[in-house]
Write a protein that binds this ligand. Structure first.
Ligand code: ATP
Ligand code: MG
Length: 306
């Protein structure tokens, strides 16, 4: 396996008495979308900014593209793109001026900036002053600026916070496009749906420590193997027949609506076999598959939004 693009080993970062990040280790591989996920104050931005070379960890080692983010900061700047969670520009700079300025800083053609504005749906705002942009438009502008040097590694901190669902989807597509071009994406989010849909692998961080990491589906399988089927039937013998399903763990009934829970994918087949064997009439049926949200709940004992 080739060397990871980002390698973090045992970093710790304190602010006075507060331990913001502790014993954090992670690898991010080429052309993957890696998400650091966790609630507010978990240590996501601190970790990411250590990797970007903006903050220096108290201990531990970090390599990005084989370089040291603090010592080799200038060499790295050319090869990475950074979207900060809290960034500002001059109030009166125009959108097109910002992208042209960024392009010139990286010695790129201004056309690449115009192209990114189009991709991010900002063309009609190209003459607008920065201070007149909405939160979501600012967010998209910062993503455009992060991509202007066609970086090998892109850092996106809370990339879709404050965006409406439609803009969020557009950003997801854009990030997938970055991966398709062979680039590596390191992002943070506290949106579990975003992590699940977008990330190849995630690390869950809470109180500065990584609790576990893996592919979203892997984590769901590991911590929430439970599957449920909710169905509606007026079959008089339903309860008794469902009771004989091999991998059934639990059954709940509310009038004609049954919720059957069991473990593993096989369980779904077991339920379908039971329905067909007894030719039961079913007027509604859906499966409930656990999500990263459930994994988080299982791991920490509370929902990510609490
Ligand atoms: N410059 C700083 N000085 C002092 N404390 C800080 C500083 N930056 C972060 N912290 C603290 O470190 C902890 C981790 O903060 P961090 O910004 O890394 O969290 P986060 O996971 O990015 O949160 P969010 O989801 O709100 O962005 C928090 O308790 C925060 O208050
Ligand atoms: Mg943050």
């Amino acid at each position: 396996m080739p060397d990871p693009v980002i390698q973090v080993v045992g970093i710790r970062k304190t602010y006075g008495a507060l331990v913001a990040v502790d014993e954090v280790s992670l690898d991010v591989h080429e052309a993957e979308i890696f998400g650091l996920i966790g609630p507010n104050g978990a240590g996501k931005t601190t970790t990411m900014e250590c990797v970007e070379g903006i903050r220096t960890p108290d201990r531990g080692t970090i390599r990005v593209l084989g370089l040291d983010p603090v010592r080799d900061v200038y060499a790295l700047q050319e090869r990475i793109g950074v979207q900060l969670q809290q960034a500002q520009l001059q109030k009166r700079i125009k959108v097109w001026e910002a992208v042209h300025l960024w392009a010139s800083l990286y010695r790129r053609q201004p056309g690449i900036g115009e192209q990114l504005l189009a991709q991010l749906g900002l063309t009609e705002k190209r003459n607008a002053l920065f201070m007149t942009l909405s939160g979501g438009q600012k967010q998209r502008l910062f993503i455009a600026l992060a991509l202007i040097n066609d970086p090998e590694v892109v850092f996106l901190d809370e990339l879709t916070t404050g965006l409406d669902p439609q803009a969020r989807r557009a950003i997801w597509d854009l990030v997938r496009g970055i991966r398709e071009r062979g680039k590596t994406v390191f992002l943070t989010t506290h949106l579990m749906e975003e992590a699940e849909r977008l990330c190849d692998r995630v690390a869950i961080i809470e109180h500065g420590r990584i609790i576990d990491s893996g592919r979203p589906a892997e984590l769901v399988e590991r911590y929430c193997p439970q599957r449920s089927i909710v169905l509606v039937t007026d079959d008089a013998n339903a309860l008794e027949r469902f009771g004989r399903i091999p991998r059934l763990r639990d059954i709940a009934r509310q009038d004609a609506r049954y919720t059957l829970s069991g473990t593993g994918d096989e369980f779904i087949s077991d339920v379908i076999a039971c329905l067909s064997e007894h030719r039961m009439r079913v007027s509604d049926l859906r499966t409930v598959v656990p999500t990263l949200e459930d994994v988080f709940l299982e791991l920490t004992g509370h929902s990510i939004r609490d």
